[in-house]
Design a protein around this ligand. Structure first.
Ligand code: URP
Ligand code: ZN
Ligand code: ZN
Length: 461
């Protein structure tokens, strides 16, 4: 045996039990109340939970966007994520206008291969849905990229029209892929933004006021109808409000294969953040925007009841200095996005589990097990089980926790979660059986992560 983790409590999506975990050749080979076999390395986990590594299915590393570039690349992003208990991510490869999908994939491989510290996959965001691009979707699936994203917002850059969206839904279903959706009505946002700027309303709060909840719920409802017409499954990303959740819930109750994620920012931060003085409101400019806090209990209930299946981060980091500042005189020029890749486990543990909004097993389900199932990574990833990759986190629920930009490991000059505190600390992280985080020390290496060819979509809720 290469390694064993002893004395801890294993937590899966359905059970919590005392067990030692044995590891050989990067896989879990034994789960037993006591493993006596000798191992090269023994990791002590007394008083700690042994969790499956969290999986982040929504990140933007090294991404050009809004006239800037996200501040974390695949090395700094995966390193920061690992310190927070994440051991696998799926990033969005974005097709540039005029590009083929294979060119987009090649560009993303050049960013990630040799840099990522743990395993990764790609979704492909289709922004230029020419006929030959639709014809290329099956090649992408053969490459192990089994999910496509479309944007109904960001007019003039990433947005596609309903016809193109419908064609992608239909073809994705035929080739065994899942379509993911950024659900905001870009046409209406465009009208509201132009009106706000013409009236001289340039501050960050107008980012939120020009993207009201209705533009999200309208796009969500429309997309669900189009998915139903196409007979295709649909996954709604970064769902932010109760109004949009109602659309997903109704569709699911009607038996449609509609799935959705939310993110910590929509559970924990509210619209008032845009009013922070000295332009600091720009730190929270993301799309959809932060909402009124009346939405929070609806989203938590959605997670607890299964109407929302995943919590991802939508890590899209732009520094305050030099990046967010680009929009000082015009909120529409503030790059959209915020960091969070390192803080998801800590936030959901404290605000969800410790506040009795969800159970510990549900946390594992939302952060690891169900993302792995929906995105074709299971049974290899997403659980503590014999035969699975040894992507494991030893988590001490008693240790003090406080989030600050200074102690975070991402390549950023701020965190939207500054000062959030509570309990729970990631003590050890293993990726494919190798220890990559040991307390405050990073032992991982650039290029240690492998590109994962994901299985075709087969999730049944
Ligand atoms: O504001 C956001 N969410 N930026 C990242 C791109 C996206 O829409 O996911
Ligand atoms: Zn989006
Ligand atoms: Zn995103």
């Amino acid at each position: 045996m290469d390694s064993k983790i002893v004395g801890g409590k294993v937590v899966t999506a359905s059970e919590t039990f005392r067990a030692d975990v044995g590891i050989k050749n990067g896989r879990i080979v034994q789960l037993a109340s006591r493993i006596k076999d000798k191992a090269r390395q023994t990791i002590e986990a007394k008083g700690c939970y042994i969790l499956p590594g969290a999986i982040d299915v929504h990140t933007h590393l090294d991404m050009p966007f809004g006239g800037s570039m996200t501040a974390d690349d695949f090395f700094t992003g995966t390193r920061a994520a690992a310190f927070g208990g994440t051991t696998c991510l799926i990033d969005f490869a974005i097709q540039g206008k005029g590009q083929s999908l294979s060119e987009a994939l090649e560009a993303w491989h050049a960013k990630a291969d040799g840099k990522a510290c743990f395993d990764y996959g790609f979704h492909l965001a289709v922004t230029d849905a020419r006929e030959e691009v639709i014809d290329e979707l099956d090649q992408v699936v053969k490459h192990g990229v089994t999910s496509f994203k479309v944007f109904l917002a960001y007019k003039g850059s990433l947005m596609i029209d309903d016809g193109a969206f419908f064609k992608i839904l239909r073809r994705a279903k035929e080739v065994g892929a899942l379509t993911m959706l950024h659900a905001e009505n870009g046409e209406i946002i465009d009208v509201l933004v132009n009106e706000a700027l013409a009236a001289g309303n340039t501050e960050p709060i107008y980012h939120a006021l020009t993207r009201p909840e209705e533009v999200e719920s309208e796009a969500t409802a429309r997309a669900i109808s189009l998915a139903e017409m196409a007979g295709a499954p649909l996954y709604v990303v970064h769902l932010s409000c109760a109004l949009a959740l109602e659309q997903v819930k109704a569709a699911r109750e009607g038996g449609l294969p509609i799935m959705a994620e939310t993110c910590p920012q929509y559970l924990l931060l509210d619209i008032k953040r845009y009013l922070e003085p000295d332009f600091e409101g720009a730190k929270y400019v993301m799309s959809p925007p932060l909402r009124d806090r009346y939405n929070w209990p609806y989203l938590w209930r959605g997670l607890a009841d299964g109407d929302l299946q995943v919590v991802s981060t939508d890590h899209a980091p732009f520094n305050f200095k030099g990046q967010k500042e680009m929009g000082r005189d015009n909120f529409a020029a503030i790059p959209n996005g915020a960091p969070g890749i390192e803080n998801r486990v800590a936030l959901i543990f404290n605000e969800g589990v410790r506040k009795n909004r969800i159970s510990l097993n549900k946390m594992v389900d939302l952060l690891s097990t169900t993302p792995a199932k929906i995105f074709g990574l299971a049974p290899r990833k997403g659980s503590v089980a014999i035969g699975a990759d040894a992507d494991l986190v030893v988590f001490d629920p008693r240790a003090e926790m406080m989030i600050t930009a200074e102690t975070n490991h991402h390549n950023m000059d701020y965190t939207p979660y500054e000062g959030f505190k509570g309990k729970g600390r990631v003590v050890h992280v293993l990726c494919n059986g190798e220890l990559i985080v040991d307390g405050d020390e990073f032992l991982g290496q650039a290029g240690q992560g492998r590109f994962i060819k994901r299985n075709k979509f087969s999730y049944v809720a």
